[in-house]
Design a protein around this ligand. Structure first.
Ligand SMILES: [Zn+2]
Length: 239
């Protein structure tokens, strides 16, 4: 029985190592995902800016076309002035021309505003492009680093796994199952040391008779409070 407890203890220590490395791996993968999301967000922001710029330029073109039409109208109206017979009609055409000129001025102001806004947006687009290019450069470097770290971790985990296989070969399947179930229920820790009369898994006191049996090593002792499998470090004499 002592041997089996020793093996269980070994298995627990290997599994904790694997858990730790797996957590490192998960952290690296999460870092990668965060970086990729950052790139994606800045790509989307850049797309939005480009769309705004395109909409603004389209608006400016419409304004310019309308301005040209207004200009043509004014020329036509002014030409008509020569052929007009009545004062009333003359006044009406003059009013038309003055209204059209007012519209022209407004359109010219609009176009100037469009140009200013487009310049601002172009600046922001350029900034966004630079940011994205920098991020892409950084992520490429970081990806290589992370991949190298991941490869290293994989190799170490593979080593741990083969050590684990050797250890579990000495244990019966029911015992391994019990160990696994306990690990799932008890935050990954199924086998713990008992010291100074207590279980170090839950820090609860172990009845003296049970504690003495631990030294005898004739049977597998589980903590009556947390059900973890217990072992003791050294063959100290029973108290
Ligand atoms: Zn316990």
């Amino acid at each position: 029985m002592l041997v089996k407890v020793k093996l269980l203890e070994e298995l627990q220590s290997i599994d904790l190592k694997i858990d730790g490395r797996q957590a490192e791996k998960d952290l690296l993968l999460k870092q990668m995902a965060d970086l990729e999301r950052e790139v994606e967000e800045s790509r989307l922001a850049l797309d939005t800016l480009r769309e705004e710029l395109a909409a603004l330029q389209a608006q400016k073109e419409v304004n310019e076309q309308t301005l040209a039409v207004e200009g043509d109208n004014i020329v036509r109206s002014e030409a008509r002035l020569h052929d007009i017979k009545t004062q009333k009609e003359y006044q009406a055409v003059l009013k038309e021309v003055s209204t059209a000129k007012k519209v022209q001025t407004e359109l010219e102001e609009q176009i100037l505003k469009n140009i200013e806004e487009a310049e601002l947006l172009q600046g922001r687009v350029a900034e966004g492009e630079l940011k994205l290019a920098t991020l892409n450069g950084n992520i490429a470097l970081r990806k290589e680093e992370v991949q190298a770290e991941l490869d290293k971790l994989e190799a170490v985990i593979a080593g741990d796994q083969s050590q684990r296989a050797v250890t579990t070969a000495g244990l019966t399947p029911p015992l391994i199952n019990r160990y696994q179930m306990l690990r799932e229920k008890r935050q990954g820790i199924a086998v713990v040391e008992a010291r100074d009369g207590s279980c170090l898994g839950c820090n609860m006191h172990i009845p003296p008779q049970m504690y003495n049996n631990l030294y005898k090593g004739l049977e597998l002792i589980v903590c009556p409070h947390c059900q973890r499998m217990l072992f003791i470090r050294a063959a100290e004499p029973a108290a």
